[in-house]
Design a protein around this ligand. Sequence first.
Ligand code: PEP
Ligand code: MG
Length: 579
Amino acid sequence: MEILKGIGVSHGVAICSAVVLDAEEVRIPQRHVVPSKTEVEIQRLRKAFLDATQEVSNLRVSQSDQWDSRIKDIFAVHLHFLRDKTLRKKIDDLLAEKCYTAEYAVSFVMREIAQHFSNEKDAYISERANDIIDIEKRLLRHLLGEKRKDLKNLRDPVVVVGYDLSPTQTASFDKRYIKGFAIDAGGRTSHTAIVAKTLGIPAVVALGNISTLVTSGDTVIVDGTRGRVVINPDEETIAEYRAFAADILQASIELDVLKDMPAETLDGEIIELMANIEFPKEALTTLEKGGDGIGLYRTEFLYLDAPKEPEEETQYKVYVETLKNMGDKPVTFRTVDLGGDKFPRNIKMIREKNPYLGLRSIRYCLQHMDMFKTQIRALLRASVHGKTKIMFPLITNLMELRQAKWVVADVKEDLEEQGIPFDDNVEIGIMIETPAAALTADSLADEVDFFSIGTNDLIQYTLAVDRVNEKVASLYSPLHPAVLQLLRKIVKVAKRSRIDLSLCGEMASEPEFTPLLLGLGFDTLSLAAPMIPEIKQIIRSVSMEYCRDVARRALKFDTDTQTISYLREELRKIQKREI
Ligand code: PEP
Ligand code: MG
């Protein structure tokens, strides 16, 4: 039994057999098989070589008209290596001698040859190193292909273990079978973590090397509540975790009783609890969990897995469906926020060196006007079917906001000319998620109907800490005094300018932050729907007077460590009804 500590990003416990995913850029872990299984591995290897050879031959025949001679040469080289009997023998011998898995034997030999080639002075020979790596990847794809398919054809519950997962992969998980995941990489507010929370799948990220420690078929416990993973637990540990999982389930059933009750403090202040969603069907979860509306609809998720850029009509239908599901409750559509850690599978976007500081979000939209206008048109057309709000992400200056608003005005004009109805009073707001926007909030406030604070990005940009990089995850601190001062400033500006304000970053779904946020002056929070009941319960257990006191004290600490211990102690008192 082995216990690993990471960051728990989605609560709950899963105890299941593991499926380990490969990652092409990661070295295959050194794994062994029992001697009696080496023949099976050699057969797998033979098949992978045959399939890869067939694949390259087919490609050469079917596409040869479109290729220049250089590409044809590359495929000839690949075929040469795949048919090379000496190479095959070298891998077979290593596998038989050391009882390695087929994957490891391939990886070991191919990397050794690639290294040898790359040390050669002759440019032609050293370039062959890349061919060898390509062939290694192709062979591994064939060897690991069976496991990949496993995720689509699951019959039993599993937990997924891997190096990293993209938000799109996570979003496509079938909740009936995928009960949790544990990955080497990632941060607390990566979109993979956010999707896990929304789906209610227990998840732990930033585990360092779990993908090399677990083999498919091992029993794994994913404890998303405490950020722990247990590999091959003993019977006693399994029994303890079963009891813990039952307690969590019981607590969530009890919390669901709050569904129709208001999020009202003991002294009568009503707080609006909205949901963050990625897909239209989550509108129903929002209602089930008693949400007051949708405070953040991450519309870019429509683009991530789509075969091509979604057309106006496709978007229109999705937006109308969401609005209709929500009845008279508001839906805040955030315009497309691609880039950062969200790249569409089938729409070409250039991979930049520093994607969080590059052509991301509203910047991308303003440079891809056709795409942006299509979305605004679909949103405005949908606006007659419900309470629609439009929100622009990652605004850093007034000109960006004005440009985005001109697009809205332009599209409205077109619709008017064409006699297509829309709601002329759609509210327009922005996300405050950069220090630049926070510090110039006064002038931005004059030109919008509302602000929503995206603390996930605001924290990363204020502290210069990449939100998805596990190596600096301990520096990603929502309670850093600089972050708290920015929050306080934005609240003041919004109140003075009399515009609506909400907070839609992951901070809103952390129970220990709730009294602080209320005390700072937030009366609308937007969070993953499954977390709404828990946050509502805290709100119903505190008074505004108490919350203001908490905020006053929290703002006085010099370090985030002091603030977090203080807030944790206060949360303990709230839960024990000691305040
Ligand atoms: C944020 O940055 O806090 C936010 C809500 O937007 P996203 O997490 O999608 O970047
Ligand atoms: Mg953001």
